[in-house]
Design a binder for this molecule. Structure first.
Ligand SMILES: NC(=O)c1ccc[n+]([C@@H]2O[C@H](COP(=O)([O-])OP(=O)(O)OC[C@H]3O[C@@H](n4cnc5c(N)ncnc54)[C@H](OP(=O)(O)O)[C@@H]3O)[C@@H](O)[C@H]2O)c1
Length: 347
């Protein structure tokens, strides 16, 4: 799904002959990641780790020409022993498994904690135990100044990942995080809700709040960003891509131009605008060409940082904030439409 609007992240990462474990490998991100890795590299093994055997069987069938290198591992990130077995002889872990729906998490808070927080701790433990070189976790804009349990659990996960570098100080294992906004076309996203409304010929479309804005990223762009961050990481960074914003109502109007819009108000746990970098994070944030990097404020494990060696990029101003309403980059309706045409072809 190429568009001039979106950066595409190049990386010198070479996964040839490497073993990669992806948790949540049957999800939207996971499938896109597997597709990209198999298209670009010749990994030794690519291990898909998730709970539901049905989704794994469908995926195994879809990628059957790659059965030599693909491994389907049934497991739950809440189960540390199972993760240790899965991480045996693995070079890189991409941790994408999560409970990600805000209302589900609000209603089942401890289930969310078990998967997103305890799961993160288990990943760190397994990676150190198995001497995995690099592990990168997917986070979300909802983790910045969180107002819902999903965001709070992802913030806790981010902190656990950064702190994992201390636990691993004497080993080769390193941990970093990628944080981004709404993924256009991921499972259960607004795109699919609107497709359903169109299919069912519903004439009134609910809009939470006409002022609401979000950051938008494509699945393909997310995968490329994770791969390039995996290549760059030294441990402890939070990588944030520069991506455009759009009002939710404009997104809805692009897909449902003729239907009546009914404003229903912000739902419990939602924000009017999302933030990727808070003012408090700005003290440790560097701006690079295609991304921001929040550097770890404690980094005793890293001799390069200890010597105050500068990282690439310029330090942002002290009161800098990167939020979906103050973004300089906005997605136009025509640009979104061309992305959606490519998305249709993919499914
Ligand atoms: N989609 C977005 O808009 C968005 C935006 C920002 C960040 N993110 C982050 O990106 C990541 C991937 O999101 P996605 O859209 O690909 O989600 P998704 O489509 O819902 O996929 C989630 C994956 O995780 C697996 N999973 C869930 N609970 C698990 C557990 N306890 N143990 C092992 N596997 C488990 C699921 O498979 P089973 O159910 O079979 O286990 C599935 O493979 C998440 O960390 C999310 O927070 C997503």
């Amino acid at each position: 799904m190429k568009s001039k609007k979106f950066n595409f992240y190049n990386s010198n990462l070479n996964l040839n002959n490497k073993t990669v474990l992806i948790t949540g490998g049957t999800g939207s991100f996971g499938q896109s990641f597997v597709k990209k890795v198999l298209k670009t590299y010749n990994p030794k093994r690519l291990i898909i780790f998730s709970r539901d055997e049905h989704k794994q069987n469908i995926m195994a069938n879809k990628f059957k020409e790659f059965s030599d290198c693909l491994r389907f591992f049934i497991g739950d990130v809440r189960d540390r022993d199972r993760l240790i077995l899965a991480a045996n002889d693995v070079d890189y872990i991409v941790h994408s498994a999560a409970l990600k729906h805000v209302p589900t998490a609000e209603y089942n808070p401890f289930e969310c904690i078990r998967t997103n927080v305890i799961g993160a701790e288990n990943i760190i433990y397994a990676a150190i135990n198995c001497n995995v070189e690099k592990t990168i976790a997917l986070s979300t804009d909802k983790a910045a100044n969180p107002v819902n349990i999903y965001g709070a659990s992802k913030l806790a996960s981010d902190k656990i990942f950064i702190a994992g570098n201390h636990l691993a100080a004497n080993s080769k294992s390193r941990f970093s995080v990628v944080r981004y906004g709404n993924v256009i076309g991921s499972r259960g996203s607004l795109y699919w809700i609107l497709k359903d409304i169109i299919e069912k010929k519903i004439k009134k479309v609910p809009v939470t709040d006409k002022r609401m804005t979000r950051f938008w990223i494509t699945l393909e762009q997310g995968v490329e960003f994770v791969l390039s961050s995996l290549n760059e990481m030294r441990g402890g960074e939070i990588y944030i891509p520069k991506i455009p914003s759009m009002k939710i109502v404009d997104f809805i109007n692009s897909l449902c131009p003729n239907e009546k819009k009914i404003e229903i108000g912000i739902r419990p746990g939602e924000k009017l605008h999302e933030t990727m970098i808070t003012k408090d994070d700005s003290r440790y944030t560097y701006e690079c060409k295609d991304r921001y990097i929040i550097e770890p404020n404690i980094h005793a494990w890293d001799p390069v940082r200890k010597k105050n060696k500068k990282i690439d990029g310029i330090k942002v101003k002290e009161d800098f904030e990167y939020s979906s309403d103050n973004n300089k980059d906005w997605l136009k309706e025509t640009e979104l439409k061309s992305l959606l045409v490519s998305l249709e072809k993919e499914y």
